[in-house]
Design a binder for this molecule. Structure first.
Ligand code: SF4
Length: 152
């Protein structure tokens, strides 16, 4: 049975996000990460107490007000640490008719999630359209500014 999750710890939320996959994305950055990537891009978001503890209903209401949104982007922090809450929000948005494509950045690999992830993490995978997975690798250089137009 799916556990009902009422709260989520969010570091930032923003609309419209014009990079990171969409032209007018709803962007949500969760707080908390234990992946400890060398050269972490967002060390301030590793703290699981960063940001604000929000009701998932309030996050859904905010996202529904983002007129003209063409996608929902999750980053952090580590969204998979709060997979049940992320999944609840995605499903509530779908039930409200939003049906936004979902792109999610995770420091875990797909293989890790499938092999040792929680049931909530594997359930969330079913509702993600694009998964960008794996630890940040500093030696590969800066992240692209945009996946949409190929600008680096
Ligand atoms: S997954 Fe992201 S937030 Fe977490 S340690 Fe790696 S770069 Fe930092």
């Amino acid at each position: 049975m799916r556990r009902s999750v009422r709260r989520i710890r969010i570091a930032h939320r923003y609309f419209p996000v014009t990079t990171l996959g969409f032209e007018r994305g709803v962007g949500i950055w969760v707080a908390g990460c234990e992946n400890d990537c060398q050269g972490c891009l967002a060390p301030e978001l590793q703290n699981p107490r960063a940001g604000e503890l929000m009701l998932v209903d309030d996050v859904v209401a905010w996202a529904l007000e983002c007129r003209g949104a063409d996608g929902l982007m999750w980053s952090g922090g580590e969204p998979m640490m709060q997979a049940a809450a992320v999944d609840t929000i995605v499903q509530h948005l779908n039930e409200a008719g939003a049906h936004l494509p979902v792109l999610l950045y995770t420091g875990l690999t797909l293989g890790e999630i499938m092999a040792t992830g929680t049931s909530a993490q594997r359930r969330l995978l079913r509702h993600i359209d694009v998964l960008i997975d794996g630890r940040y690798r500093q030696e590969l250089g800066p992240a692209p500014r945009s996946y949409r137009d190929g600008t680096y």
